[in-house]
Design a protein around this ligand. Structure first.
Ligand code: SAM
Ligand code: SF4
Length: 374
């Protein structure tokens, strides 16, 4: 292939910031307490790790996730931004930072804005104090409204909020109240996640697996209907937005484009490999400092892996998957017909997508495709 034939593929950067001021009972993400020593060690190694990136492309999207990236002090924000700017030809199309309402300040928001961040993702989970308490989420609804106001006052025009539904004991009225309050804030983007009882979390240790599949399905149906009716189009199983405010970073990862993950526990899909940085601040930092990064779950990406993932992640998106070029088109034809007969999947020429009924069973359907191809 000569240079002119080379097809441009987007490149994303994911920065994992593993610090949280408080511990939520349901959360299984890798995180550490934000002690000064931890933060300093993290920052030194992070700047080194970013220095090791050499790619002729600039980052199309950047995503600071956590943990709570919003916890970083202004000086750290400036240092990270400075080194990132030295690696880019232009400000990325989309640059997101996740914040939690209890660690927001106007000064930090101003630094994020000055650095070039143009999208805020705020973890709200619920506006209901009793549900927040059940989830072990240490924030008040007043803190949420105040944080949201600060974000807008600094001039961010692309704001997403995260909600969790099906907390223990949540009623349909409480869910609808959360949704009504969410849309009254008028964010550009809303993500809704069904509470997962993750292993080794305080919540699971306390309650075991408290999922109620029927209620989850009912609530999910209510959410889709409510948000669609109120101007938030669904574009992925858990994601809704106004107009064209879909998250470009997440969409590019679901489309199997490349991204580089930096920070402990960050995953990458890059140069034909998929891998995860070790989920330990000290081991990750030592590896970076010794030029011997410690990685786990290293998978060589074959055409087969990418084709399976293209179907599995593609079906999570409302747009679905174009099977025209997928090498497994023939192998899954029987499953596609079967799901179509059940009303779970729609097919137009070679394009397949889940129906609203199918979306309720997305994980089970993904498993069927996976089993058929593995
Ligand atoms: C990567 S987390 C980090 C966000 C940020 N630390 C915060 O909590 O505000 C992104 C989102 O995942 C969701 N999440 C985390 N753990 C979950 C769980 N066990 N079940 C459902 N959703 C979860 C929450 O909605 C959260 O806002
Ligand atoms: S949900 Fe967010 S704030 Fe809570 S412990 Fe997990 S990463 Fe930290």
């Amino acid at each position: 292939m000569n240079r002119q034939e080379k097809v441009y593929t987007p490149l994303g950067l994911y920065v994992h910031v593993p610090f949280c001021a408080t511990q939520c009972d349901y959360c299984a993400f890798y995180k550490e307490p934000p002690f000064r020593q931890n933060l300093e060690h993290y920052l030194r190694a992070l700047l080194l790790e970013i220095q090791t990136i050499h790619d002729e492309r600039t980052f199309d999207t950047i995503y600071f996730g956590g943990g709570t990236p919003g916890i970083l002090p202004p000086k750290a924000i400036d240092q990270i931004a400075k080194i990132l700017h030295s690696k880019m030809h232009k400000i990325p199309l989309e640059w997101t930072v996740e914040i939690a309402p209890n660690t927001v300040s106007i000064e930090k928001l101003q630094h994020w804005k000055a650095a070039g961040i143009n999208r805020i993702s705020m973890g709200i989970q619920s506006f209901n104090e009793a549900i927040l308490h059940t989830l072990g989420r240490k924030q008040t609804s007043q803190q949420i409204f105040h944080a949201y106001e600060l974000v807008r006052s600094v001039g961010f025009t692309n704001v997403g909020i995260d909600l969790i539904f099906s907390a223990p004991g949540q009623t349909s009225k409480q869910l609808l109240d959360d949704l009504s309050t969410a849309i009254a804030l008028n964010p550009e983007h809303i993500s809704t996640y069904c509470l997962t009882y993750e292993d080794d979390t305080i919540l699971k240790n306390k309650l075991g697996n408290g999922s109620d599949e029927n209620r989850d399905h009912d609530f999910y149906g209510m959410i889709c209907e409510f948000l669609e009716t109120n101007g938030y189009g669904q574009y992925e199983i858990s994601n809704f937005c106004k107009g064209n405010y879909a998250s470009a970073h997440n969409r590019n990862t679901w489309l199997m484009y490349e991204w580089i993950g930096v920070g402990p526990s960050a995953s990458s899909q890059y140069h034909g490999l998929r891998y995860t940085n070790i989920a330990s601040l000290n081991r990750w930092a030592t590896g970076i400092e010794n030029n011997a990064p410690e990685r786990t779950d290293v998978i060589k990406l074959t055409k087969k892996t990418l084709a399976i993932d293209e179907i599995i992640f593609g079906l999570r998106m409302n747009k679905g998957v174009d099977m025209e070029k997928n090498i497994f088109r023939q192998e899954v034809a029987y499953l596609v017909d079967d799901l179509q007969t059940q009303g779970l999947l729609a097919k137009e020429k070679q394009h397949i997508r889940l129906t609203p009924q199918g979306r309720l069973l997305c994980d089970a359907i993904a498993k069927e495709f996976f089993n058929a191809l593995e």
